[in-house]
Write a protein that binds this ligand. Structure first.
Ligand SMILES: *Cc1c(COP(=O)(O)O)cnc(C)c1O
Length: 396
């Protein structure tokens, strides 16, 4: 049995998404900037896709800019807000310690350019509070960027409340909604969101397509210079097939949100209940404020990498955290941010589900993980020290 449980890294494309792409790779290959009718048909398709994305975010089609994905949307949102801030002499940005690297590395770059970055501490449950944001805002703050839901532990942040704080204080608010999209109800107006990023391949669309919402009046600066596509804000011939695939996937998943979330969270809860039974384990992230598909545990006395390799042999595709950090020996910055000690953070496992997973697959995971954890502990000198009392257990 093969079980794909790494949907926070990327997802399988849906049939509807593939079908929406095919005509634009085949007979409808016009360039939307061309004046002839083939080009105009492409331009109309692009407009339809823009309206679809806008509809499910609660904004105007004019407020959507297509990008190459979530990373580019995050970069452009942050760099744009920073450029606007710089003009007014406001060079302070607030974010959190557990953002995606697309955000953290962009902030690092701005820090080198003279911006001051405040990274808010994350509570042990993986949630930050609107009060933390409010008390960090200063007169020179130009941007607050807080992810909607975390990609490693799945916790969901109080975005509407943070949006209200930022609007009241007149500070731009960006949220990386790449993991949250299609699983939470997004309404950028009601939630006072100024900038928001999504990525198609996280919701059963193609890789290499994303969208940035920027409220009317928020001025975007170019990350990619060139032609006048995307109202001059993002140059390069539009990736029409991928954009059509993204719009189809977004609509399909937004329409089925309730049903999909119910199915996924039932599977998620079986995983949480089952894996909690493993001795010396701990669930990462709040039990309730979490996405329907993400489960993350630490198991004391084991290496996450060995666990992943043995699970792979049993046909289970999982992750120890973010795909970007696997391959490096540093523990996840997200697990450190919620206060897990290094030696515990090393033994992490992320299982991320989609609506395509089944109960039989969950049964398979619930059999395999405890067996592999026990096997690895049986081989570990560190575990022997813990069992003989030579070292003290950190987890219960
Ligand atoms: C995947 C991911 C990104 C990056 O999106 P890409 O489309 O892969 O560039 C950004 N933020 C979060 C939270 C993600 O999960």
């Amino acid at each position: 049995m093969k079980v794909y449980a790494d949907n926070a890294a990327t997802t399988k494309m849906s049939r509807a998404s593939i079908d929406a792409m095919l005509p634009y790779m085949d007979e409808e290959y016009g360039n939307p900037s061309s004046l002839h009718s083939a080009g105009q048909r492409a331009a109309e398709a692009l407009q339809r896709a823009r309206e679809t994305i806008a509809k499910y975010l609660g904004c105007d089609a004019k407020e959507i800019t297509f990008t190459s994905g979530g990373s580019e949307a995050d970069n452009q949102a942050i760099l744009s807000a920073a450029a606007a801030g710089r003009k007014k002499g406001k060079k302070h940005i607030i974010s959190t310690a557990f953002e995606h690297h697309a955000v953290l590395h962009t902030l690092k770059k701005l820090e080198k350019q003279g911006f001051e970055i405040t990274l808010l501490d994350v509570h042990e449950n993986g949630v930050i509070s609107p009060e933390q944001v409010a008390s960090a805002i200063r007169s020179d703050t130009c941007l607050v960027t807080v992810m909607y839901a975390n990609n490693e532990i799945g916790t969901v942040q109080p975005i509407a409340e943070i949006g209200a704080v930022c609007r009241e204080k007149g500070v731009l608010f960006h949220t990386d909604a790449v993991q949250a999209a299609v699983h939470v109800l997004i309404d950028v107006r009601k939630q006072n969101i100024d900038l928001l990023s999504v990525s198609a391949h996280k919701f059963h669309g193609p890789k290499g397509a994303g969208a940035l919402y920027a409220r009317k009046g928020v001025i975007l600066t170019n990350v990619i210079e060139g032609g006048a596509q995307e109202r001059g804000k993002r140059a390069g011939t539009e990736n029409i097939p991928a954009i059509m695939g993204m719009a189809a996937a977004f609509e399909e998943s937004c329409l089925a949100m309730e049903e999909n979330n119910a199915k996924m969270s039932a599977m998620r809860d079986r995983l949480i209940d089952g894996l909690s039974g493993i001795p010396y384990s701990i669930l990462n992230g709040d039990r309730f404020y979490r996405l329907p598909g993400i489960v993350n545990f630490c198991f004391e006395g084991i290496e996450g990498e060995s666990l992943l390799l043995l699970l792979d042999q049993k046909g289970i595709y999982a992750s120890s955290g973010s795909a970007c950090t696997s391959g490096s020996l540093d523990p996840s910055h997200v697990l450190l941010a919620i206060g897990r000690p290094h030696e515990i953070a090393h033994g992490s496992l992320r299982l991320s589900l989609s609506v395509y997973n089944t109960d039989e697959e969950i049964d398979h995971i619930l059999k395999a993980v405890p067996a592999v954890v026990e096997y690895l502990r049986g081989m570990s000198p560190l575990w022997r020290d813990l069992e003989t009392g030579k070292r003290k257990h950190i987890l219960k």
